[in-house]
Write a protein that binds this ligand. Structure first.
Ligand SMILES: [Zn+2]
Length: 160
């Protein structure tokens, strides 16, 4: 039986950087459309289940527990409580640009005030990363220019 030989010479790989772009838009529908319109107006909306009364953020068109339509909107937040968080110390390259984000950065999983279930995930201000812990209160920081998209909110910051 032939013994496998470890290839110790690195083969030079050729890479070609291409940024793919597709001109595409998709309708948000009435439920997520209200959510994005709210972000444009610096508001957070939840839907309220007509059966059990729980509020869901971001809004859902159906309560998963009661399996009924939930089309009533209520405003929640703008502050919330960090339920959990994730700190990235090693960033993967962006698949579209190949650029690597500076680290560390973090995502926070926030239960908005007035929301009974579901967690809204967004970034947190870099300077607040060392102060992150479960239960810390946060508030949104808004983009000056808002167009009805997730970038309307820049990130959360600790509400001191
Ligand atoms: Zn329900």
């Amino acid at each position: 039986m032939a013994k496998n030989k470890l290839n110790t010479q690195a083969e030079e790989l050729i890479s070609i950087q291409v940024v793919n772009s597709i001109d595409y838009s998709f309708p948000t529908g009435p439920i997520m459309g209200k959510w994005f319109q709210g972000l444009k107006e610096k508001k957070f909306y939840a839907t309220k289940c007509p059966s059990c009364g729980r509020t869901m953020t971001p809004p859902r068109g159906c309560c998963a527990l009661c399996v009924v339509r939930s089309e009533e909107f209520v405003e929640v937040g703008p502050k919330g409580t960090v339920e959990n968080y994730d700190i990235a110390y090693y960033a993967s390259p962006d698949p579209l640009t190949g650029k690597v984000r500076s680290t560390p950065y973090a995502a926070v999983f926030v239960r908005m005030d007035g929301s009974d279930c579901d967690i809204f995930t967004h970034g947190i201000k870099d300077e607040d990363i060392p102060k992150l812990k479960r239960g810390v209160r946060v508030r949104p920081v808004w983009n000056e220019v808002r167009t009805g998209c997730i970038e309307d909110m820049l990130y959360f910051e600790i509400d001191a």
